[in-house]
Design a protein around this ligand. Structure first.
Ligand code: ADP
Ligand code: MG
Length: 248
């Protein structure tokens, strides 16, 4: 517990310390990165470990089916969990189940209703939305900034710690499309970095985390059997020098 707020552990070895203790509970955190940078795995991992320490999580998937996600997380090394710990809402399936009339409804409102009902009846404290971009394509982008503002505000009111996954297109340096970076309390940015002709490293950087004294430098994100860890990244210019030292 810090002054008036408590911190959520990421269960990523080394990351809580780098974040200044963890993620302030009740924050809205955007986890952004290009495809394949383990956004889904990282967020699910954080939810999973917190749920074994008393949290309850709602994972809204728009990118892949609930079944596919469960298989991927099992292959990734996570053990079994039950629906009272992590409840996966499969929007693709929901969409098929809704009548034609409903499909024309505002998806932001549908989402907020689902979350509200789930929070009121089952007391979830964590929420993940995977991904914002899939939601944008579903919404039809009439007035994305206004609708996004509405979504961030509504989720904030429920008091949940929220993870919003954002897909950054390959080659783009833009983390957010519609001002999510201003609205979010925190931004974790994932990036593949070519360290030589054949090797690529996954890097994680906390761009922003309100209320805590965060390190803003880049970390190498490692994973082993369902557990993530971060280590300080070696600056590109010093990599060859470092390797020589290590080989001595
Ligand atoms: N069982 C696994 N063990 C380790 N890494 C995996 C495993 N399955 C997938 N990956 C890696 O994770 C990447 C996809 O992770 P994912 O979390 O789906 O990324 P994103 O959500 O950013 O697209 C793949 O590109 C692959 O390199
Ligand atoms: Mg994903």
């Amino acid at each position: 517990m810090t002054d008036g707020f408590s911190l959520l552990s990421t269960y990523v070895e080394g990351l809580d310390k780098a974040l200044g203790g963890g993620i302030p509970k009740g924050s809205t955190v955007v986890v952004a990165g290009t495809p394949g940078t383990m956004k889904t795995s990282l967020v699910f991992n954080m939810l999973y470990h917190n749920c074994f320490h008393g949290s309850r999580a709602l994972y809204i998937t728009l990118e892949q089916s609930a079944e596919n996600l469960k298989i991927a997380m099992k292959r990734f090394g996570l053990g079994d969990f039950n629906e009272s710990q992590i409840y996966i809402v499969d929007i693709g399936r929901l969409r098929l189940e809704l009548s034609k009339k409903e499909v024309t409804r505002d998806w932001i409102d549908i989402l907020v209703e689902i979350v509200k009902e789930a929070v009121n009846t089952n007391h979830y404290d964590l929420l993940a939305l995977d991904s914002l971009d899939a939601l944008y394509s579903l919404m039809g982008l009439h007035n994305p900034r206004r609708e996004l503002f509405h979504l961030f505000g509504a989720l904030k009111e429920f008091g949940l710690t929220v993870f919003l996954i954002g897909e950054v297109p390959f080659g783009s340096s833009q983390i957010a499309q519609f001002g999510e970076d201003f609205l979010a309390d925190g931004i974790l940015y994932l990036k593949h970095v070519e360290i030589n002709e054949s090797d690529v490293e996954l890097r994680l950087r906390c761009v922003k985390m309100r209320m805590v004294d965060t390190e803003h430098s880049s970390f190498t994100l490692l994973h082993d059997g369902g557990n993530f860890s971060v280590v300080k990244s070696i600056p590109k210019s010093r990599e060859s020098e470092q390797r020589v030292v290590l080989n001595v």
